[in-house]
Design a binder for this molecule. Structure first.
Ligand code: HSE
Length: 416
């Protein structure tokens, strides 16, 4: 008789209900790939009355102990999100020798090494493909597909909500508030979308990507991240006139023996593949010494795409307890003086200080590849596209320019 492994779910929201649906609908294929049946038996929910439909397919429980102390449950999917009590639940499950699959980027980015150690000590699996870029199997691609190649950079769009908002604002002229509301309705945004719009969600994902690409453990407090709240339509339009599209980009780049990581709006050429990534779609461009540039594109959020990554992990965990990532290489963080890129610099300057700004650019070794002057109701704008320059020079210039009354916005320009 075919062996069956019992699966429990912690949470039955957007992703959890997708997982249940795939496990039930795709049983025949799952059996072949897992080598056993994966049977969803219990789901932990707060309010069973909200899940009447699912109650026909799975037993709803409100007490975590009913899952923790059920000896028949071998695999548990955590899709509740948030740090607590997810961390405590996962720790207890691993100690009870149950394998855990999670989509929780906040938790893996904050406590990943500790939980990975716990899984190894208890000889069970801990996998989290769905924590980065939803339905794109980017972590599996990095850990298996680039297992022997030297990666030099991973850069891309790793938050579906902000990409959806930027797309709707630029293509449908929707307001920020309406686009965010729509992203929430479609199930892309976090329950509290603050982390989406402030760039923190993308920063969590860059922490995880950095571990898989470079073997290095970092935290979100180790690098600069910002979201799209300060992005001005003036800059979106100017960037378009210069032939660029602004995207919220995560970058993790190896510079010598150091690592540079950042999440911020950045300009990509309008005809590049990253510029074509719209709505909730994500894309991660991997640069590596042997393979060159490889682009991974797909849905970055949403119920079934994210559930697909969870179910793939479930199938893998039913076969092996091997650590999800085996690569360790502790790089130090790069100094801003060694991070070199071209920049888009947008300034509102009092007309009388324009000559002072020009000499400040020269003082900080910033060479302009293009300069535009634009006057509108906000004032006199200078829009500069720079030659590649060290981030430190740009930071120093910005401080000096602000001291003489300029309002300065800078965005990295990333050629693919
Ligand atoms: N809120 C996240 C996003 C969900 O928009 O990308 C997927 O991690």
């Amino acid at each position: 008789m075919m062996q069956a492994k019992k699966v429990a779910l912690l949470g039955l929201g957007t992703v959890g209900s997708g997982v249940l649906q795939i496990l039930i609908n795709n049983q025949a294929k799952i059996v072949q790939n897992a080598g056993c049946q994966l049977v969803p038996v219990k789901a932990l929910v707060r309010n069973p009355a909200k899940h009447k439909e699912a109650a026909r397919q799975i037993k709803l429980v409100t007490d975590f102990d009913e899952i923790l102390h059920d000896p028949e449950i071998e695999l548990v999917v955590e899709v509740m999100g948030g740090l607590h009590p997810a961390k405590e639940f996962i720790s207890q499950l691993l100690q009870a020798k149950k394998s855990v699959i999670t989509a929780n980027k906040d938790l893996i980015a904050s406590c990943g090494p500790e939980l990975v150690k716990l899984a190894e000590e208890n000889q069970v699996a801990l996998r989290y493909e769905a924590s980065v870029a939803g339905g794109i199997p980017i972590l599996n691609a990095l850990t298996h597909g680039f297992a022997g190649d030297e990666i030099t950079q991973v850069a891309g769009i790793v938050n579906g909500t902000t990409n959806y908002i930027l797309t709707q604002m630029s293509q449908q002229h929707m307001s920020f508030a309406s686009a965010l509301e729509q992203a929430q309705k479609l199930g892309f945004a976090e329950a509290d979308p603050t982390n989406d719009v402030t760039g923190k969600d993308a920063a969590f994902k860059m922490v995880i990507l950095s571990k898989f690409a470079f073997g290095t453990d970092i935290k979100v407090t180790d690098f600069h991240y910002e979201g799209i709240q300060k992005l001005q339509s003036f800059d979106v339009e100017q960037a378009a006139q210069l032939g660029y599209t602004i995207k919220l980009l995560g970058i993790s780049r190896k510079i010598g023996a150091q690592l540079f990581v950042e999440v911020a709006p950045a300009l990509v050429p309008a005809n590049s593949q990253l510029a074509q990534v719209d709505n909730e779609y994500n894309a991660v461009a991997v640069q590596s010494e042997a393979a060159g540039t490889s682009l991974f594109y797909g849905p970055g959020a949403g119920s079934l795409p994210t559930a697909n990554s969870v179910v793939s992990d479930l199938i893998a965990a039913s076969r092996t307890q091997q650590p999800f990532n085996l690569y360790n290489c502790q790089l130090s963080l790069a100094a801003p003086s060694s991070v070199i890129d071209p920049y888009y610099v947008s300034m509102i300057v009092p007309v009388t200080t324009a000559p002072a700004i020009v000499s400040l650019l020269a003082q900080h070794q910033i060479k302009a590849a293009d300069v535009q002057a634009v006057d509108d109701q906000a004032g006199h704008h200078l829009v500069i596209q720079t030659e590649p320059v060290a981030q430190q020079s740009l930071v120093n210039f910005k401080q000096a320019a602000e001291q003489v009354g300029a309002q300065v916005t800078t965005y990295r320009i990333l050629a693919e």
